[in-house]
Write a protein that binds this ligand. Sequence first.
Ligand SMILES: [Zn+2]
Length: 115
Amino acid sequence: MVTKKQIITKKDQDWAKAIKERDKVCQICKRSKGRLNAHHIIPRQFKETRWDLNNGILLCFQHHRVGKYSAHQNAIWFSNWLFLNNPNQHNYILRKLDQISQFPQKDYKSRKITI
Ligand SMILES: [Zn+2]
């Protein structure tokens, strides 16, 4: 029997694969070798955008998690980078965040993934 958790994992993997196939290289430094990660711009716990390809961007490990200038270490810098380099995606994210923020705050952790 396939569990809900397995289905969610598969959908996460398919989402990451689609981002990799679309972007091919780190969108910030254009590196194509080594560890490349599909990054959720709006965190993946938000079900509304978890598998939305417009909410994904391919980044190298440095620009994803660990660098001084990376999406996880410096959200303000990353937001500004996105605004300058992909204004359509930046605008899309802002619109989605507006919709999500209409939900009561208490729902943040309890909203379940539906598949
Ligand atoms: Zn990079």
